[in-house]
Write a protein that binds this ligand. Structure first.
Ligand code: ZN
Length: 153
């Protein structure tokens, strides 16, 4: 792996440990050229996953898109580090997608996985994601969707 500081491909792994319930691997590396020590997180590779959207169009899976969607959904999140929570949820979702061992997934399928994770994590977060993900524009529509997903409505 290339050193992010001097760009020489001469790095050595100093230490390794799994993180995020084994969905990622944390490695400490040292550059043999400039001596800098830095940390990398290696996540399951979903860069070849194709997402089929509701419109029938497809696009490549994007970690950033998933992360930012969940981040936006967590607008009112209180009680801890939002970044940590969003990061954890995103990685758990990616781990689940990897376990499907598929090259194509529908946005609907991703949505269901996301909703299940959010339901466990934070109901307030979950509500916002539902409104965001399902393109819900009015109250009646939101209520209809909620009765499908939330046991307490
Ligand atoms: Zn270096």
């Amino acid at each position: 792996m290339e050193c992010p500081f001097c760009c020489k491909p001469s790095t050595q792994i100093v230490n390794t440990r799994p993180t995020y319930a084994n969905s990622a691997v944390w490695r400490r590396r040292r550059c043999l050229n400039c001596g800098t020590i830095f940390t990398t997180h290696e996540v399951a590779d979903l860069s070849h996953l194709v997402v089929i959207k509701k419109s029938g169009k497809s696009e490549m899976f994007s970690h950033i898109k998933l992360y930012s969607g969940i981040y936006r959904a967590a607008v009112g999140f209180k009680g801890g580090s939002k970044e940590k929570l969003v990061d954890k949820i995103t990685r758990e979702i990616e781990k689940e997608i990897v376990s499907l061992k598929t090259k194509k997934i529908t946005s609907e399928q991703i949505g269901e996985i996301v909703l299940n994770k959010l339901r466990v994590a934070q109901s307030g977060t979950f509500l916002r994601f539902l409104a965001y993900y399902k393109d819900i524009t009015n109250e009646a529509q939101l209520k209809r969707e909620l009765t499908k997903y939330l046991p307490f409505t």
